[in-house]
Design a protein around this ligand. Structure first.
Ligand SMILES: CSC[C@@H](O)[C@@H](O)C(=O)COP(=O)(O)O
Length: 357
């Protein structure tokens, strides 16, 4: 379950390694905006649960957490040889891979941890465990740089005073720092762009209301919370000049899976002639997925729609539910995909392949 701890973090970071305690500190995102509470995680199964329960969420943050989870799971192995430790490592990797299916960053991070493990051939189990810890920390630190670069590329597409609509939360707490879709907004804030941000509440779990509105308010960004069904009117009223969203997995043809409701926002943006940008680190692009149809969309439990987050049930007991957590925005509704390596425009099939060269 993880134990609640106090931390003196001045900048909110969703996942950090507490080296002296050899444990992971997670910001419990399910409690925001009412409580800013951190969890100390020492065991892999608690890390798994934190990912599944959305205590840590957002594609890059899930990847970072999983990488630390690999370290936590492997360090308790009693294996005395490389081969025996590798068997234990594979079990850890398989287990963590079952936590959530859609964000490819999880699988990317697990594969990267495996690649590091293999590069340590000939080392002692103790040395390999140390290398895994270093690799997880490296993934975290790199993500800060990646988000910063996405911020600069994103900002180059925006103009001072613009209204920007976003869906779900692709901010600091969904990453190591800065966020993806919110990175250009933070950078713009520092440079006096005076953006007006519209945050969709993002049903059913309200990541937009609970997390994005909270994050931006803390950063003193001009943010207005709207219900999901109000996106059309703010666009119609000319309040929105660009849409920026994060992403959990981009397929090779540019189809992009993000929080449920994103594809509807893209359809509206197309109708109103507003550019729709997807901000995605390279670790979110899955060239092994041909199209959005190959992306596994997570189905979440019924109670997340009916009752779990309410004081009283908000639906009749036993009602049938359908609760997909993500949807796929077809590539042809996406104006550009903003990565740390640059801005990718259609045709995505060729242009995404090109940035991997
Ligand atoms: C930079 S995070 C991008 C996405 O992961 C984010 O937009 C999103 O859909 C998160 O969904 P969640 O279910 O809250 O993990």
């Amino acid at each position: 379950m993880g134990k609640t701890v106090d931390t003196n973090q001045s900048v909110i970071q969703s996942v950090v390694l507490a080296d002296e305690k050899d444990s992971i500190i997670l910001l419990d995102q399910t409690l925001l905006p009412n409580e800013k509470r951190f969890l100390e995680i020492k065991e892999m199964k608690d890390l798994w649960e934190a990912i599944y329960e959305l205590k840590v969420r957002g594609a890059p943050a899930i990847g970072i957490a999983a990488a630390f989870g690999v370290y936590l799971g492997t360090k308790v192995s009693k294996a005395e040889t490389f081969e025996a430790l590798y068997e234990d490592f594979k079990r850890v990797k398989e287990y963590l891979a079952t936590s959530r299916p859609t964000a490819v960053n999880l699988f990317w991070a697990l594969d990267r941890m495996e690649a590091r493990f293999k590069r340590e051939t000939g080392k002692t189990p103790q040395e390999i465990k140390q290398a895994l810890k270093e690799e997880a920390e490296k993934i975290r630190v790199e993500d800060e740089k990646v988000c910063e670069a996405i911020g600069s590329y994103g900002l180059s597409l925006l103009q001072p005073g613009w209204g920007i609509l976003t869906h779900c939360n692709a901010g600091t707490i969904a990453t190591a720092k800065f966020g993806t879709a919110l990175a250009p907004i933070y950078l713009g804030k520092a440079q006096g762009y005076n953006f007006k941000v519209y945050a969709d509440e993002t049903r059913p779990l309200l990541q937009g209301a609970r997390l994005t509105a909270w994050e931006l308010k803390e950063a003193d960004v001009d943010v207005t919370l709207i219900c999901d069904n109000m996106a059309s009117i703010v666009m119609q009223e000319g309040k929105v000049q660009a849409v920026l969203v994060g992403c959990d997995r981009v397929a090779a043809n540019g189809d992009a899976a993000n929080k449920i409701g994103t594809s509807g926002v893209a359809i509206l943006a197309k109708y109103y002639g507003i550019p729709f940008y997807v901000c995605a680190p390279m670790s979110t692009i899955d060239m092994g997925c041909k199209t959005g149809k190959d992306i596994h969309i997570e189905l979440r439990p019924d109670e997340e729609i009916t009752s779990k987050w309410y004081v009283q049930p908000m639906a009749p007991a036993g009602v049938k539910t359908y609760n997909p957590s993500f949807d796929v925005t077809p590539g042809d509704l996406i104006t550009a995909i903003i990565t740390e390596k640059g801005i990718v425009y259609p045709p995505y099939q060729e242009n995404l392949a090109a940035i991997f060269k």
